[in-house]
Structures are given as C-alpha cells and as structure tokens.
Design a protein. Structure first.
Length: 290
C-alpha cells in the first residue's frame, strides 16, 4: 500500500463554534468596533470564553468543562506524537451515484472550506511511542455523515491495521448515513462491521472513542463494536433523535437521555475519558494489550 506524505493540518479551526466570523462586521448601532471571533459563549454554562484560552484548553470550557467539537486535524494533533502521523487513502474522491442535485457542488464546497477530502481522516503513527492505526471523523464536513468514501476509508484503515498487526482506534463524530448516496451509504454499515469482525477474529485490538455527536448508522455499526468503547464527557450518542423517539413511543424520555453519562450508567460504554486525559488513557490500554 502506498503511504502518503506527513499529514498537514488544514488551516481552519472548528472551535469557532458560536463565535462571529472574522469577516463579519458589527452593526453601527452596537457601539465600539471590537474584533470578531475573539470570544465564544459556552452553551452549557453561558460563560464567555476568550478564544485563545479555549484553544489552550484543547476545546474544553474552562468554567464548566463542556467539550467543544474538534476538527479531525486538531484531534490528531492532540492524540498522536508530534511528527509521527502518516495519512493513508487521502485522495479517495466522492462520486454522485444517485445524481443527487447539487451534491457534487456541496462536496467541493466542504473540501475547499475544510482542507480535507472527506469526513474522515485515516492514517497511522505513534501514541507515546505505541504504533497505532487511527481514523478520526470530522463533524464539520457534512456533519460527519457516512457516505461510500467514508465507509471505504474506514474499512481500508481496519484492513491496514490487520495486515500490520497494529491496534486500531476510531474517533466517531457523525450525523449518520449520508442521504445523498442512499443505499450506497447504508451498505457501509455492513461493510465496516464485517471488516471489524474479521479484525477481531484475528486478535486485533479495536478501541472506539465516541465524541459529540455520534448518531445514526455510525452508531448502529462500527462505533459500538469496539473491544473497549470510550466516550468524551457530555457527548450525544444514539441512533434516532430524541424527539423522533418520543413521538414514536409517546412517552417522555429520561433527563440526559443519549448523553455519554446516561449510556455509561446503563452499560453501553466502558468509560468516559476527559479530552486532556485521552492520550494517556489510550496509551495505557494499548500497552496492557500488547
């Protein structure tokens, strides 16, 4: 398999969530002009956080601990040892098998804005010296939805880990299957699940890390098939949305339903790991299973 050059981090930051874009101008009636994009409001505690402070804390609210969403590039930089990550299958391109109107233009727009080709980045590198294959989904690329290329890249990463006899870590962040690709998208659930089953039968270690949000077909396939399933605090995890479920069963769901803490309490995941402890935790797990 041909290995591509060292992964280069795209020039964008996902932590601008809830912040004004730098090119946005304040209204003349709003008083003195203040540079936009400097402050971010936490949706949980309402605190106004200086953007640079949020970056220093790796996207964790310094007041309440809310975990903001990270781009795939930022997460790779946080988890992998500096200079060790090599990306694989980075040039796979999405087609338009159903001739869905405007789909090709939408994909091109996301590629230009994000600097990545699809909603997942796959590759290998070291975590505190431990060789590891990693796949990281990006919720800012069409909500991390799983189309045929996302499924193919994840499947190839699983197979690569099997051939190299390396542990596999997948960070999930997805709205589910990609509707623009219909059945081609849904088929990825079976394909990735079959690849994971073969990987496990051959003794491979697979760690699934659920981040906000992990929903739909991704939850119903490889996200919940890990030998160990970890999650970030407060991550939304589920299949269908809460309102859809309530309308279907005509019952009020418990408070905090589909949050990582609720799933841990009910045995669906193994451990909730804060972001700033994730690299250390993953390293320890890998060493224990070597």
């Amino acid at each position: 398999m041909k290995i591509n050059k060292v992964f280069r981090k795209p020039k964008y930051i996902v932590l601008q969530q809830n912040a004004l874009r730098p090119d946005e101008k304040a209204s003349q009636n709003e008083g003195p002009a203040i540079p936009n994009g400097l402050w971010i409001k936490c949706q949980d505690c309402g605190a106004t956080i200086y953007n640079k402070d949020l970056l220093k804390s790796n996207g964790v609210c310094t007041v309440c601990g809310r975990h903001f969403r990270l781009s795939a590039a930022d997460r790779i930089e946080l988890i992998m040892d500096t200079g060790t990550f090599r990306e694989i299958n980075d040039r796979l391109s999405t087609l338009n098998p159903l001739d869905f109107p405007g789909y090709e233009e939408k994909i091109l727009s996301y590629q230009n804005d994000s600097g990545i080709h699809e909603a997942v980045i796959t590759g290998y590198g070291k975590i505190y010296g431990n060789n590891t294959v990693i796949a990281v989904m990006d919720s800012k690329f069409l909500m991390g939805s799983m189309g045929s290329v996302v499924g193919e890249k994840i499947t190839r990463a699983i197979e690569f880990a099997g051939v190299k006899k390396l542990p596999l870590i997948i960070f999930t962040a997805s709205g589910g299957a990609r509707m623009q690709e219909g059945i081609y998208s849904l088929m990825q659930m079976a394909k990735t699940s079959a690849a994971i089953a073969k990987f496990s039968q051959n003794g491979g270690l697979y760690i699934s890390v659920l981040t906000d949000p992990t929903t739909g077909g991704v939850t119903a396939s490889f996200a919940m098939l890990g030998d160990l399933i970890l999650a970030e605090p407060g991550a939304l995890i589920g299949f269908a949305g809460q309102r859809v479920i309530e309308q279907t069963i005509r019952q009020q769901l418990p408070e905090g339903f589909q949050k990582a803490e609720f799933l841990l309490e009910h045995g669906f995941i193994d451990k909730i790991v804060p972001r700033n402890s994730m690299k250390t935790t993953l390293s320890r797990i890998i060493r224990l299973h070597q």
